[in-house]
Design a binder for this molecule. Structure first.
Ligand code: PMP
Length: 453
């Protein structure tokens, strides 16, 4: 084989530079919460392939399920066969964990495709065109999903024209406002670092009931409700910075949808499958049922797999042939997904995500007393820390988060940034141990000391 040095130059020369990579390391092997790279280093993985390797790297049960299935049948195409044994088995498992009314599924390979299919189904069912998405959102990089993505301009740069009939509403970004102050630390909605004065640095559209009022105005001023097929929302804003909306936000969206015959699409691609300590992130926000739900990432521990679940009446009249894709519902992916759900259940990983999340949040709140962390937020093991500046102000110097993530990488902790503001996000495996979490917190503290001195 080629030496690691050769591989590096080949990769640089032949891969599109448009696909950014956080580190120069070349992945070699993964085990549990650790990744080993060809330069001989061992990294503690708090990125998990952006929330994908939910059961850690190469969980033995997931590996065995994939190996066994590979020996049986690698591929059974969904347009050729009614299904496969692993697909039938997976449907049974999914029906146990998705919200009650979600009884029809359509499978694909990536979160973006799931979003595309959700929008297609919503438009076909309602015979309307409009889609409302939110500021800071990320729904994917394909043409349709990209038009719904507002977290960073460079995701769209030079790729237009965008899919039409998309309307963007503000999403709650409550930093230090009264609503958040009233919510005690340690509940399912973590509070701010205590050393910061309560104030909302953002305009009223993004705070408390502001987003609800803004949506009402959008439906009066930009698009009539009768032309809107769907509202698509992340129950915790993922790429946009792990924003945790107040509990009444989703209920308001649900009632707006009900009032106007609009479908509510909840994008659980990043927040789903136990990441937040419940099966689905929206389950933290009261008893709200989506009409269509997307999932991907953590569902199959790293095997490419995604899908949508919907209320039956929304999908059942869709004419045959109007949806599809070569690799959807592939047997290997179904086997990996079933094994993932088994592991999450058998090993009590919802509980572990909740407990380890609290361990992490408490440590971050403590660190906020020494370092310029102005906000700690999230649920379960979807946790973010946002930086201010060293003078105690709300606005961090541009590049702060990337300095911190680089300092973490130098200490062999894989940690990513998120959002257009200076925020780092913690996405460790759902089965991380208390000791590994402690190790990660220690590495993070060391990195903060490196950056802020
Ligand atoms: N929706 C959400 C909420 C996501 O976080 C992502 C990926 N970051 C996507 C959709 C797109 O998923 P994929 O990268 O698998 O296409």
């Amino acid at each position: 084989g080629s030496k690691p040095g050769d591989a590096t130059s080949g990769l640089h020369k032949h891969l599109s530079p448009a696909v950014a990579h956080f580190s120069e390391a070349i992945a070699d092997r993964g085990e549990g919460s650790y990744v080993y790279t060809t330069d001989g280093r061992r990294h503690l993985d708090f990125a998990c392939g952006i929330g994908v390797t939910s059961t850690g790297h190469c969980h033995p049960k997931v590996v065995k399920a994939i190996q066994d299935q590979a020996a049986q049948f690698i591929f059974a195409q969904q347009n050729v066969f009614l299904g496969s044994k692993p697909l039938a088995g997976l449907l049974d498992r999914l029906l146990e964990i998705v919200p009650d009314q979600m009884t029809r599924f359509m499978f694909s390979n990536s979160g973006s495709e799931a979003v595309e299919n959700a929008v297609k189904v919503a438009r076909a069912h309602t015979r309307r065109n409009g889609v409302i998405a939110f500021e800071n959102s990320f729904h994917g990089r394909t043409m349709g999903a990209m038009a719904l993505t507002t977290s960073k301009t460079y995701y769209r740069q030079n790729f237009g024209p965008l899919m039409p009939e998309v309307y963007i509403a503000p999403y709650p970004y409550c930093l230090h406002c009264k609503v958040r102050q009233a919510s005690p630390t340690g509940g399912d909605w973590y509070s701010v670092a205590p050393n910061i004065e309560p104030y909302s640095h953002y305009d009223a559209r993004q705070c408390c009931n502001g987003p609800q009022e803004a949506l009402t105005w959008l439906l009066k001023q930009q698009v009539t409700p009768g032309e809107v097929a769907a509202i698509i929302v992340e129950p915790i804003m993922g790429e946009g910075g792990f924003l945790t909306p107040p509990p009444n936000f989703l209920k308001h969206l649900r009632s707006t949808c009900d009032q106007h015959g609009i479908l509510l699409i909840i994008d659980e691609v990043q927040s789903g499958v136990g990441r937040t300590g419940k099966w689905w992130g929206h389950q933290h926000l009261g008893d709200v049922q989506p009409d269509i739900m997307t999932f991907a990432k953590g569902i199959a521990s790293g095997f490419p797999f995604a899908g949508i679940a919907a209320k039956s009446h929304i999908m059942e009249n869709q004419p045959p042939g109007t949806l599809g894709g070569t690799y959807g519902a592939a047997p290997l992916a179904c086997a990996a997904a079933s094994a993932t759900i088994d592991v999450i259940e058998e090993e009590g990983l919802l509980q572990n995500a909740t407990e380890r999340g609290l361990q992490l949040v408490q440590a971050l709140l403590k660190l906020s007393k020494t370092y310029p962390i102005i906000d700690v937020r999230g649920r379960g093991l979807m946790v973010a820390a946002e930086f201010g500046n060293e003078e105690g102000g709300m606005t961090a110097v541009a590049g702060t988060a990337s300095k911190v993530t680089k300092a973490c990488a130098a200490r062999n902790l894989l940690l990513l940034s998120a959002g257009a503001r200076e925020t780092v996000r913690f996405l460790p495996p759902l089965n991380i141990s208390a000791d590994e979490m402690e190790e990660g917190i220690g590495l993070f503290e060391g990195a903060l000391a490196d950056v802020f001195g």
